[in-house]
Ligand binder design. Structure first.
Ligand SMILES: *[C@@H]1O[C@H](CO)[C@@H](O)[C@H](O)[C@H]1NC(C)=O
Ligand SMILES: *[C@@H]1O[C@H](CO)[C@@H](O)[C@H](O)[C@H]1NC(C)=O
Ligand SMILES: *[C@@H]1O[C@H](CO)[C@@H](O)[C@H](O)[C@H]1NC(C)=O
Ligand SMILES: *[C@@H]1O[C@H](CO)[C@@H](O)[C@H](O)[C@H]1NC(C)=O
Ligand SMILES: *[C@@H]1O[C@H](CO)[C@@H](O)[C@H](O)[C@H]1NC(C)=O
Ligand SMILES: *[C@@H]1O[C@H](CO)[C@@H](O)[C@H](O)[C@H]1NC(C)=O
Ligand SMILES: CC(=O)N[C@H]1CO[C@H](CO)[C@@H](O)[C@@H]1O
Length: 381
Protein backbone atom coordinates (compact mmCIF):
# COMPACT_ATOMS: atom_id res chain seq x y z
CA UNK A 1 0.00 0.00 0.00
CA UNK A 2 2.96 2.21 -0.28
CA UNK A 3 3.00 5.19 -2.47
CA UNK A 4 6.76 4.79 -2.71
CA UNK A 5 7.56 3.84 -6.24
CA UNK A 6 4.32 2.99 -7.89
CA UNK A 7 4.70 2.72 -11.60
CA UNK A 8 1.25 1.40 -12.17
CA UNK A 9 -0.19 2.02 -15.54
CA UNK A 10 -3.01 4.30 -16.38
CA UNK A 11 -5.92 2.39 -14.99
CA UNK A 12 -8.14 5.34 -15.76
CA UNK A 13 -8.34 3.74 -19.13
CA UNK A 14 -7.85 6.98 -21.01
CA UNK A 15 -11.38 8.13 -20.45
CA UNK A 16 -11.45 11.74 -19.62
CA UNK A 17 -14.40 13.48 -18.29
CA UNK A 18 -14.23 16.94 -16.95
CA UNK A 19 -15.98 17.66 -13.73
CA UNK A 20 -16.66 21.22 -13.01
CA UNK A 21 -15.93 22.21 -9.48
CA UNK A 22 -15.93 25.80 -8.30
CA UNK A 23 -14.35 29.04 -9.19
CA UNK A 24 -13.70 31.22 -6.18
CA UNK A 25 -17.35 31.82 -5.73
CA UNK A 26 -18.65 32.56 -2.34
CA UNK A 27 -21.12 29.97 -1.26
CA UNK A 28 -23.99 32.31 -1.76
CA UNK A 29 -23.16 32.38 -5.42
CA UNK A 30 -23.17 28.65 -5.87
CA UNK A 31 -26.48 28.49 -7.58
CA UNK A 32 -26.47 26.92 -11.01
CA UNK A 33 -27.39 30.22 -12.61
CA UNK A 34 -24.52 32.09 -11.00
CA UNK A 35 -22.10 29.32 -11.93
CA UNK A 36 -23.41 29.31 -15.44
CA UNK A 37 -22.29 32.89 -15.80
CA UNK A 38 -18.73 31.70 -15.54
CA UNK A 39 -19.00 28.31 -17.21
CA UNK A 40 -21.85 27.88 -19.64
CA UNK A 41 -21.76 24.07 -19.51
CA UNK A 42 -22.21 23.76 -15.82
CA UNK A 43 -25.85 22.78 -15.91
CA UNK A 44 -24.92 19.27 -16.96
CA UNK A 45 -22.89 18.70 -13.82
CA UNK A 46 -24.77 17.46 -10.74
CA UNK A 47 -22.56 19.37 -8.34
CA UNK A 48 -25.33 20.01 -5.83
CA UNK A 49 -25.21 16.36 -4.90
CA UNK A 50 -21.77 16.39 -3.44
CA UNK A 51 -21.62 19.93 -2.26
CA UNK A 52 -24.79 20.24 -0.33
CA UNK A 53 -25.22 16.77 0.94
CA UNK A 54 -23.01 15.65 3.70
CA UNK A 55 -24.76 12.34 4.22
CA UNK A 56 -23.26 10.55 1.27
CA UNK A 57 -19.63 10.57 2.20
CA UNK A 58 -17.17 7.78 1.62
CA UNK A 59 -17.21 5.97 4.95
CA UNK A 60 -20.66 6.73 6.36
CA UNK A 61 -21.68 3.10 6.01
CA UNK A 62 -19.24 2.13 8.78
CA UNK A 63 -21.61 3.79 11.24
CA UNK A 64 -23.74 0.68 11.05
CA UNK A 65 -20.96 -1.53 12.38
CA UNK A 66 -21.02 -0.08 15.88
CA UNK A 67 -20.79 -2.69 18.62
CA UNK A 68 -19.85 -5.47 16.24
CA UNK A 69 -17.36 -7.94 17.70
CA UNK A 70 -15.41 -11.12 17.11
CA UNK A 71 -17.44 -14.09 15.84
CA UNK A 72 -20.20 -12.05 14.23
CA UNK A 73 -20.98 -11.79 10.54
CA UNK A 74 -22.36 -8.49 9.37
CA UNK A 75 -22.92 -6.77 6.05
CA UNK A 76 -20.23 -4.17 5.60
CA UNK A 77 -17.38 -5.90 7.40
CA UNK A 78 -15.79 -6.80 4.06
CA UNK A 79 -15.73 -3.13 3.20
CA UNK A 80 -14.17 -2.33 6.54
CA UNK A 81 -11.48 -4.93 5.82
CA UNK A 82 -10.77 -3.18 2.53
CA UNK A 83 -10.33 0.01 4.51
CA UNK A 84 -7.85 -1.65 6.85
CA UNK A 85 -6.07 -3.12 3.85
CA UNK A 86 -5.88 0.30 2.19
CA UNK A 87 -4.11 1.80 5.18
CA UNK A 88 -1.76 -1.12 5.76
CA UNK A 89 -3.48 -2.93 8.63
CA UNK A 90 -4.50 -6.05 6.68
CA UNK A 91 -2.79 -7.86 3.82
CA UNK A 92 -4.86 -8.30 0.66
CA UNK A 93 -6.99 -11.46 0.72
CA UNK A 94 -6.39 -14.43 -1.61
CA UNK A 95 -9.89 -13.78 -3.03
CA UNK A 96 -12.45 -11.28 -1.67
CA UNK A 97 -12.75 -10.19 1.92
CA UNK A 98 -15.65 -11.79 3.79
CA UNK A 99 -18.15 -10.20 6.16
CA UNK A 100 -16.86 -12.32 9.04
CA UNK A 101 -15.41 -10.66 12.12
CA UNK A 102 -12.40 -12.96 12.25
CA UNK A 103 -9.04 -13.01 14.03
CA UNK A 104 -7.29 -10.96 11.39
CA UNK A 105 -9.87 -8.19 11.59
CA UNK A 106 -9.67 -8.14 15.35
CA UNK A 107 -5.91 -7.87 15.20
CA UNK A 108 -6.11 -5.06 12.62
CA UNK A 109 -8.52 -3.16 14.87
CA UNK A 110 -6.16 -3.54 17.81
CA UNK A 111 -3.21 -2.22 15.85
CA UNK A 112 -5.32 0.67 14.60
CA UNK A 113 -6.48 1.45 18.14
CA UNK A 114 -2.89 1.41 19.34
CA UNK A 115 -1.80 3.78 16.57
CA UNK A 116 -4.65 6.20 17.23
CA UNK A 117 -4.25 6.22 21.03
CA UNK A 118 -7.55 4.46 21.61
CA UNK A 119 -8.30 1.79 24.19
CA UNK A 120 -7.10 -1.46 22.63
CA UNK A 121 -10.28 -3.52 22.80
CA UNK A 122 -10.34 -5.19 19.39
CA UNK A 123 -13.97 -4.10 19.16
CA UNK A 124 -15.75 -1.56 17.05
CA UNK A 125 -16.60 0.73 19.93
CA UNK A 126 -17.96 4.21 19.21
CA UNK A 127 -14.61 6.02 19.63
CA UNK A 128 -12.91 3.66 17.21
CA UNK A 129 -15.64 3.92 14.60
CA UNK A 130 -15.65 7.67 14.90
CA UNK A 131 -11.98 7.81 14.06
CA UNK A 132 -12.30 5.29 11.25
CA UNK A 133 -14.90 7.49 9.58
CA UNK A 134 -12.94 10.70 9.93
CA UNK A 135 -11.55 12.12 6.68
CA UNK A 136 -7.89 11.30 6.32
CA UNK A 137 -4.81 11.16 4.18
CA UNK A 138 -4.81 8.34 1.65
CA UNK A 139 -1.26 7.29 2.49
CA UNK A 140 -1.08 4.07 4.47
CA UNK A 141 -0.16 4.12 8.15
CA UNK A 142 1.83 0.92 7.70
CA UNK A 143 4.03 0.71 4.60
CA UNK A 144 5.35 -2.67 3.52
CA UNK A 145 4.84 -4.02 7.00
CA UNK A 146 6.98 -1.24 8.42
CA UNK A 147 4.69 0.33 10.95
CA UNK A 148 5.02 4.03 11.16
CA UNK A 149 2.96 4.88 14.21
CA UNK A 150 2.75 3.69 17.85
CA UNK A 151 2.62 0.05 16.87
CA UNK A 152 6.03 0.27 15.25
CA UNK A 153 7.76 1.55 18.35
CA UNK A 154 9.42 -0.62 20.90
CA UNK A 155 7.47 -0.42 24.13
CA UNK A 156 9.02 2.34 26.24
CA UNK A 157 6.82 2.64 29.30
CA UNK A 158 9.14 5.02 31.12
CA UNK A 159 9.84 7.58 28.45
CA UNK A 160 7.92 9.46 25.93
CA UNK A 161 9.45 8.92 22.55
CA UNK A 162 9.21 10.84 19.36
CA UNK A 163 6.55 9.46 17.09
CA UNK A 164 7.57 10.86 13.77
CA UNK A 165 8.51 8.20 11.30
CA UNK A 166 9.91 7.84 7.82
CA UNK A 167 9.22 5.76 4.77
CA UNK A 168 11.14 2.48 4.59
CA UNK A 169 14.75 3.21 3.68
CA UNK A 170 14.37 6.82 4.83
CA UNK A 171 14.30 8.38 1.36
CA UNK A 172 15.03 12.11 1.28
CA UNK A 173 15.80 14.82 -1.22
CA UNK A 174 19.48 15.46 -1.75
CA UNK A 175 19.25 18.94 -3.23
CA UNK A 176 18.29 22.05 -1.35
CA UNK A 177 16.21 23.85 -3.98
CA UNK A 178 13.05 22.02 -5.01
CA UNK A 179 10.76 23.28 -7.73
CA UNK A 180 7.03 22.65 -7.78
CA UNK A 181 4.34 23.04 -10.43
CA UNK A 182 0.57 22.73 -10.69
CA UNK A 183 -1.21 20.59 -13.23
CA UNK A 184 -2.13 23.21 -15.85
CA UNK A 185 -5.49 21.55 -16.58
CA UNK A 186 -6.67 22.33 -13.04
CA UNK A 187 -6.48 26.06 -13.82
CA UNK A 188 -5.93 27.08 -10.21
CA UNK A 189 -6.40 30.67 -9.20
CA UNK A 190 -3.64 32.72 -7.61
CA UNK A 191 -5.37 32.41 -4.25
CA UNK A 192 -5.22 28.63 -4.47
CA UNK A 193 -1.57 28.70 -5.51
CA UNK A 194 -0.89 31.06 -2.62
CA UNK A 195 -2.20 28.40 -0.23
CA UNK A 196 0.64 26.13 -1.36
CA UNK A 197 3.22 28.93 -1.06
CA UNK A 198 2.23 29.27 2.60
CA UNK A 199 2.19 25.50 3.13
CA UNK A 200 5.71 25.07 1.71
CA UNK A 201 6.94 28.01 3.79
CA UNK A 202 5.89 26.26 6.99
CA UNK A 203 8.38 23.48 6.24
CA UNK A 204 11.17 25.59 4.73
CA UNK A 205 11.15 27.72 7.86
CA UNK A 206 12.55 24.80 9.87
CA UNK A 207 14.83 23.02 7.37
CA UNK A 208 17.42 24.31 4.92
CA UNK A 209 15.28 23.62 1.85
CA UNK A 210 13.81 26.18 -0.53
CA UNK A 211 10.72 25.69 -2.68
CA UNK A 212 10.20 27.57 -5.90
CA UNK A 213 7.23 27.52 -8.21
CA UNK A 214 7.82 26.75 -11.87
CA UNK A 215 5.42 26.55 -14.79
CA UNK A 216 7.01 23.45 -16.28
CA UNK A 217 5.24 20.51 -14.72
CA UNK A 218 7.41 17.93 -16.44
CA UNK A 219 10.65 19.49 -15.19
CA UNK A 220 9.39 20.25 -11.67
CA UNK A 221 10.57 18.16 -8.73
CA UNK A 222 7.11 18.33 -7.15
CA UNK A 223 3.92 18.03 -9.19
CA UNK A 224 0.63 19.06 -7.62
CA UNK A 225 -2.65 17.95 -9.13
CA UNK A 226 -6.34 17.62 -8.29
CA UNK A 227 -7.98 14.46 -9.55
CA UNK A 228 -11.36 12.84 -9.06
CA UNK A 229 -11.84 9.12 -8.61
CA UNK A 230 -9.45 6.74 -10.30
CA UNK A 231 -6.53 8.71 -11.67
CA UNK A 232 -4.12 6.07 -12.75
CA UNK A 233 -1.82 5.56 -9.77
CA UNK A 234 -3.67 2.65 -8.23
CA UNK A 235 -5.00 4.79 -5.39
CA UNK A 236 -8.37 6.12 -6.57
CA UNK A 237 -10.04 8.96 -4.71
CA UNK A 238 -13.47 8.41 -3.23
CA UNK A 239 -15.68 11.48 -3.52
CA UNK A 240 -16.62 13.76 -0.65
CA UNK A 241 -14.52 13.22 2.50
CA UNK A 242 -12.97 9.76 2.92
CA UNK A 243 -9.44 10.22 1.61
CA UNK A 244 -8.53 13.85 0.97
CA UNK A 245 -5.20 13.49 -0.75
CA UNK A 246 -1.99 11.48 -0.92
CA UNK A 247 1.64 12.07 -1.70
CA UNK A 248 4.60 9.93 -2.64
CA UNK A 249 7.89 9.67 -0.84
CA UNK A 250 11.11 11.23 -2.25
CA UNK A 251 12.14 11.49 -4.98
CA UNK A 252 8.75 10.97 -6.61
CA UNK A 253 7.35 14.43 -5.92
CA UNK A 254 3.73 13.57 -6.71
CA UNK A 255 1.10 15.31 -4.57
CA UNK A 256 -2.52 14.53 -5.44
CA UNK A 257 -5.67 16.03 -3.94
CA UNK A 258 -9.21 14.74 -4.23
CA UNK A 259 -10.98 17.03 -6.70
CA UNK A 260 -14.35 16.02 -5.27
CA UNK A 261 -13.77 17.73 -1.91
CA UNK A 262 -15.26 21.10 -1.09
CA UNK A 263 -11.89 22.75 -0.66
CA UNK A 264 -11.82 26.01 1.24
CA UNK A 265 -9.15 28.35 -0.10
CA UNK A 266 -9.73 31.52 1.89
CA UNK A 267 -11.88 32.28 4.89
CA UNK A 268 -12.44 30.61 8.24
CA UNK A 269 -13.18 26.98 7.46
CA UNK A 270 -14.36 26.36 11.02
CA UNK A 271 -17.34 28.63 10.42
CA UNK A 272 -18.41 27.14 7.13
CA UNK A 273 -22.02 26.05 6.97
CA UNK A 274 -20.91 23.28 4.65
CA UNK A 275 -20.43 20.06 6.62
CA UNK A 276 -17.98 18.75 4.08
CA UNK A 277 -15.77 21.84 3.85
CA UNK A 278 -12.08 20.87 3.97
CA UNK A 279 -9.26 23.32 4.52
CA UNK A 280 -6.86 23.19 1.60
CA UNK A 281 -3.83 24.53 3.43
CA UNK A 282 -4.16 21.99 6.24
CA UNK A 283 -4.09 19.09 3.79
CA UNK A 284 -1.31 20.70 1.72
CA UNK A 285 0.96 21.04 4.77
CA UNK A 286 0.38 17.37 5.64
CA UNK A 287 1.00 16.05 2.14
CA UNK A 288 4.18 18.12 1.79
CA UNK A 289 5.38 16.31 4.90
CA UNK A 290 5.09 13.05 2.94
CA UNK A 291 6.82 14.58 -0.08
CA UNK A 292 9.72 15.37 2.23
CA UNK A 293 9.88 11.81 3.54
CA UNK A 294 7.75 11.78 6.69
CA UNK A 295 5.22 9.06 7.39
CA UNK A 296 2.25 9.26 9.73
CA UNK A 297 2.55 10.11 13.41
CA UNK A 298 0.47 9.02 16.39
CA UNK A 299 0.81 12.45 17.99
CA UNK A 300 -2.61 14.02 17.57
CA UNK A 301 -1.29 17.58 17.48
CA UNK A 302 1.19 16.72 14.77
CA UNK A 303 0.54 17.75 11.20
CA UNK A 304 1.49 14.17 10.27
CA UNK A 305 -1.39 12.64 12.27
CA UNK A 306 -3.42 10.85 9.58
CA UNK A 307 -6.90 12.34 10.05
CA UNK A 308 -8.32 15.82 9.57
CA UNK A 309 -11.94 16.53 10.38
CA UNK A 310 -13.90 18.63 7.96
CA UNK A 311 -14.28 22.28 8.94
CA UNK A 312 -10.95 22.14 10.79
CA UNK A 313 -7.80 24.15 10.28
CA UNK A 314 -4.49 22.60 11.32
CA UNK A 315 -1.44 24.18 9.76
CA UNK A 316 1.11 24.76 12.52
CA UNK A 317 3.97 22.27 12.69
CA UNK A 318 4.15 20.51 16.05
CA UNK A 319 7.51 19.72 17.65
CA UNK A 320 7.05 16.10 16.53
CA UNK A 321 6.87 17.24 12.89
CA UNK A 322 9.84 19.56 13.28
CA UNK A 323 12.05 16.98 14.98
CA UNK A 324 11.13 14.44 12.32
CA UNK A 325 11.86 16.59 9.32
CA UNK A 326 15.05 17.95 10.90
CA UNK A 327 16.27 14.37 11.33
CA UNK A 328 16.16 14.14 7.57
CA UNK A 329 17.43 17.57 6.54
CA UNK A 330 18.93 19.27 9.56
CA UNK A 331 17.77 22.59 10.91
CA UNK A 332 17.42 25.82 9.00
CA UNK A 333 20.16 28.03 10.47
CA UNK A 334 17.66 30.90 10.44
CA UNK A 335 15.15 28.94 12.50
CA UNK A 336 14.67 30.33 15.95
CA UNK A 337 13.62 27.06 17.49
CA UNK A 338 10.15 28.03 18.54
CA UNK A 339 7.80 25.48 17.14
CA UNK A 340 4.50 27.19 17.48
CA UNK A 341 4.85 30.77 16.36
CA UNK A 342 1.57 31.53 14.71
CA UNK A 343 2.14 32.80 11.22
CA UNK A 344 1.14 36.37 10.45
CA UNK A 345 -2.47 36.69 9.39
CA UNK A 346 -2.97 35.89 5.77
CA UNK A 347 -5.89 36.24 3.45
CA UNK A 348 -6.95 32.81 4.65
CA UNK A 349 -7.17 33.80 8.28
CA UNK A 350 -8.71 37.23 8.14
CA UNK A 351 -10.95 38.18 10.99
CA UNK A 352 -14.58 37.93 10.12
CA UNK A 353 -16.06 39.52 13.16
CA UNK A 354 -19.66 39.06 14.02
CA UNK A 355 -20.76 37.17 10.97
CA UNK A 356 -23.51 34.70 11.76
CA UNK A 357 -22.87 31.02 11.33
CA UNK A 358 -24.43 29.66 8.23
CA UNK A 359 -23.88 32.68 6.03
CA UNK A 360 -20.67 31.73 4.30
CA UNK A 361 -20.84 34.63 1.92
CA UNK A 362 -20.62 37.08 4.78
CA UNK A 363 -17.62 35.17 6.10
CA UNK A 364 -15.64 35.78 2.96
CA UNK A 365 -15.21 32.06 2.55
CA UNK A 366 -14.15 30.91 -0.87
CA UNK A 367 -14.11 27.44 -2.29
CA UNK A 368 -11.63 26.11 -4.74
CA UNK A 369 -12.49 26.02 -8.32
CA UNK A 370 -10.67 23.78 -10.71
CA UNK A 371 -11.14 21.50 -13.61
CA UNK A 372 -10.60 17.95 -12.57
CA UNK A 373 -9.37 15.52 -15.12
CA UNK A 374 -9.71 11.82 -14.68
CA UNK A 375 -7.30 9.40 -16.11
CA UNK A 376 -5.66 11.12 -19.04
CA UNK A 377 -2.53 13.12 -18.34
CA UNK A 378 -1.40 10.92 -15.60
CA UNK A 379 1.29 8.67 -16.71
CA UNK A 380 3.91 11.31 -16.14
CA UNK A 381 2.36 12.63 -12.98
C1 LIG B 1 7.62 -2.18 -0.81
O1 LIG B 1 8.06 -3.47 -1.19
C2 LIG B 1 8.10 -3.66 -2.59
C3 LIG B 1 8.49 -5.11 -2.84
O2 LIG B 1 9.52 -5.49 -2.00
C4 LIG B 1 9.09 -2.70 -3.21
O3 LIG B 1 9.11 -2.86 -4.61
C5 LIG B 1 8.65 -1.29 -2.88
O4 LIG B 1 9.58 -0.37 -3.38
C6 LIG B 1 8.53 -1.11 -1.38
N1 LIG B 1 8.01 0.20 -1.10
C7 LIG B 1 8.61 1.01 -0.24
C8 LIG B 1 7.97 2.35 -0.05
O5 LIG B 1 9.61 0.72 0.36
C1 LIG C 1 -18.19 23.47 -22.85
O1 LIG C 1 -18.83 23.39 -24.07
C2 LIG C 1 -17.97 23.68 -25.16
C3 LIG C 1 -18.83 23.72 -26.42
O2 LIG C 1 -19.81 22.72 -26.37
C4 LIG C 1 -16.87 22.63 -25.20
O3 LIG C 1 -16.00 22.91 -26.28
C5 LIG C 1 -16.10 22.69 -23.93
O4 LIG C 1 -15.13 21.65 -23.90
C6 LIG C 1 -17.02 22.49 -22.74
N1 LIG C 1 -16.29 22.68 -21.51
C7 LIG C 1 -16.35 21.84 -20.51
C8 LIG C 1 -15.57 22.20 -19.30
O5 LIG C 1 -17.02 20.83 -20.54
C1 LIG D 1 -27.43 1.38 7.99
O1 LIG D 1 -28.53 0.82 8.72
C2 LIG D 1 -29.74 1.46 8.46
C3 LIG D 1 -30.78 0.91 9.40
O2 LIG D 1 -30.59 -0.45 9.59
C4 LIG D 1 -30.10 1.23 6.99
O3 LIG D 1 -31.32 1.86 6.70
C5 LIG D 1 -29.02 1.85 6.13
O4 LIG D 1 -29.27 1.59 4.77
C6 LIG D 1 -27.67 1.30 6.51
N1 LIG D 1 -26.68 2.07 5.80
C7 LIG D 1 -25.74 1.51 5.08
C8 LIG D 1 -24.86 2.47 4.36
O5 LIG D 1 -25.57 0.31 5.01
C1 LIG E 1 -15.30 -10.55 -5.54
O1 LIG E 1 -16.22 -9.46 -5.50
C2 LIG E 1 -16.56 -8.96 -6.76
C3 LIG E 1 -17.39 -7.71 -6.56
O2 LIG E 1 -18.25 -7.82 -5.47
C4 LIG E 1 -17.28 -10.04 -7.56
O3 LIG E 1 -17.61 -9.54 -8.83
C5 LIG E 1 -16.35 -11.22 -7.70
O4 LIG E 1 -17.02 -12.27 -8.34
C6 LIG E 1 -15.86 -11.70 -6.33
N1 LIG E 1 -14.84 -12.71 -6.52
C7 LIG E 1 -14.79 -13.81 -5.77
C8 LIG E 1 -13.67 -14.73 -6.05
O5 LIG E 1 -15.61 -14.04 -4.90
C1 LIG F 1 -10.92 4.12 27.53
O1 LIG F 1 -11.45 3.42 28.62
C2 LIG F 1 -11.69 4.22 29.76
C3 LIG F 1 -12.12 3.31 30.91
O2 LIG F 1 -13.06 2.38 30.47
C4 LIG F 1 -12.77 5.25 29.42
O3 LIG F 1 -13.01 6.07 30.52
C5 LIG F 1 -12.26 6.09 28.27
O4 LIG F 1 -13.26 7.00 27.85
C6 LIG F 1 -11.87 5.23 27.09
N1 LIG F 1 -11.24 6.04 26.09
C7 LIG F 1 -11.53 5.94 24.80
C8 LIG F 1 -10.80 6.85 23.88
O5 LIG F 1 -12.34 5.14 24.38
C1 LIG G 1 18.59 32.58 5.98
O1 LIG G 1 18.35 33.96 5.90
C2 LIG G 1 19.14 34.63 4.91
C3 LIG G 1 18.89 36.12 5.03
O2 LIG G 1 17.50 36.37 4.98
C4 LIG G 1 18.80 34.10 3.53
O3 LIG G 1 19.58 34.71 2.55
C5 LIG G 1 19.06 32.60 3.51
O4 LIG G 1 18.63 32.07 2.27
C6 LIG G 1 18.29 31.92 4.64
N1 LIG G 1 18.66 30.52 4.68
C7 LIG G 1 17.79 29.53 4.53
C8 LIG G 1 18.34 28.16 4.56
O5 LIG G 1 16.59 29.72 4.44
C1 LIG H 1 -26.81 16.96 5.65
C2 LIG H 1 -27.42 17.58 4.45
O1 LIG H 1 -27.03 18.65 4.04
N1 LIG H 1 -28.39 16.88 3.88
C3 LIG H 1 -29.13 17.38 2.74
C4 LIG H 1 -29.02 16.40 1.59
O2 LIG H 1 -29.79 16.83 0.50
C5 LIG H 1 -31.17 16.95 0.78
C6 LIG H 1 -31.87 17.36 -0.50
O3 LIG H 1 -31.20 18.45 -1.08
C7 LIG H 1 -31.38 17.98 1.89
O4 LIG H 1 -32.75 18.06 2.22
C8 LIG H 1 -30.58 17.55 3.11
O5 LIG H 1 -30.69 18.52 4.10
Amino acid sequence: MSRGNSNSSNSGGGSHCYHFVFLLLTVSLLSPSASARFFPNVTSIPHDDFLFNATKTAWDAFRNLSGCHHGQTLDGLAKLKQYFNQFGYLPPPPANFTDDFDDSLESAIKTYQHNFNLNVTGQLDPHTLQLIQRPRCGNADIVNGSTSMNSGKAPTPFHTVAHYEFFPGRPRWTKSLLTYAFLPENQLTDDAKGVFTRAFARWSEVIPLTFQQTEDIYAADIRIAFFAGDHGDGEPFDGALGTLGHAFSPPSGRLHLDGDESWVVTGDVTRSSLETAVDLESVAVHEIGHLLGLGHSSVEEAIMFPTLSSRTKKVILASDDIEGVQQLYGSNPNYSGSSSTPSPPTAGQRETSGAPLGGDSTLGLTLLSMFVTVGSVLILL
